[in-house]
Design a protein around this ligand. Structure first.
Ligand code: AP5
Length: 233
């Protein structure tokens, strides 16, 4: 992963394609995707105390408390597989979370992990709201995480995962009502995180997420290549 200029943060509103792009980057660069949404949903499925606490907030489109997600991320970053880099998907979502992860990067708590000694590469994916609603209501997921969309990326057999044959599900927060609440939360609490990373000496870039999946992915990889080239100069 010497190619990457630093650990990646994928920013963007609900449904812009953070999870889809994170999985492609993970496959291309062999670094893990750390999705706070996936970790929370896994806790809900396993009926942990954390999952029970988070479920109602998530179903209604509210953010989960900063302390909970910060703790989850710090714990996940302790794992060895983050040594050569990682992709944060859906985190940080508030300026308090952004300053927490930044403190972790700069403090001894991050240990001597090479990936945490580099600046973050924050990539903001942008898609207009009408398209986002269509993506959210059209999304279908399989329990092991493969993502489909009935409009743009339907499975070969209706409601069945192409990869492992599992029945597909709709996320409980992928309703129109919860989407609007998630957008309110995004505008109020997450949009300021963009300014945070655009302002603090990090590498910040914006990408048009309205193009087809492969084109968005190529644009991100090209951007990383360019940033890496600049970092080496
Ligand atoms: P989370 O799971 O992070 O949800 P989100 O940010 O709302 O993002 P999504 O997962 O909905 O979308 P995405 O951008 O990953 O898009 P995807 O690739 O799936 O969070 C859920 C909840 O957990 C939050 O509301 C909150 O309660 C809690 N939470 C999580 N993190 C938290 C944090 N840090 N702090 C506090 N609370 C937190 O794509 C969407 C659809 O579009 C798919 O169907 C896909 O196939 C399709 N698609 C993707 N790309 C394209 C394309 N280019 N063209 C056409 N279709 C596309």
């Amino acid at each position: 992963t010497g190619f990457l200029p630093g650990p990646i943060i994928l920013l963007g509103a609900p449904g812009v394609g953070k999870g889809t792009q994170a999985k492609l980057l993970m496959a291309k660069f062999g670094i893990p995707q750390i999705s706070t949404g996936d970790i929370l949903r896994d806790n809900i499925a396993r009926k942990t105390e954390l999952g029970r606490e988070a479920k109602a907030r998530m179903d209604h489109g509210h953010l989960v408390e900063d302390e909970i997600v910060n703790g989850m991320v710090a714990q996940r970053l302790n794992a060895q597989d983050t040594e050569g880099g990682f992709i944060l998907d859906g985190y940080p979502r508030t300026t308090a979370q952004a300053s927490y992860i930044e403190r972790l990067r700069c403090s001894d708590e991050g240990g001597d992990k090479v990936s945490l000694s580099l600046p973050f590469v924050a990539i903001n994916i942008v898609v207009d709201e009408t398209e986002l609603l269509k993506r959210i209501t059209g999304r279908r997921i399989c329990p092991s995480g493969h993502i489909y969309n009935i409009y743009s990326n339907p499975p070969k057999r209706e409601n069945v995962c192409d990869v492992d044959g599992s029945p597909l599900e709709q996320r409980t927060d992928d309703t129109e009502q919860a989407f609007h609440k998630r957008m309110d939360e995004y505008r109020a609490k997450t949009a300021p995180v963009i300014a945070y990373f655009n302002d603090k000496g990090h590498l910040f870039r914006q990408v048009d997420g309205s193009q087809p999946v492969e084109q968005v992915s190529s644009a991100i990889v090209e951007m990383l290549r360019h940033l890496r080239g600049k970092a080496q100069v």
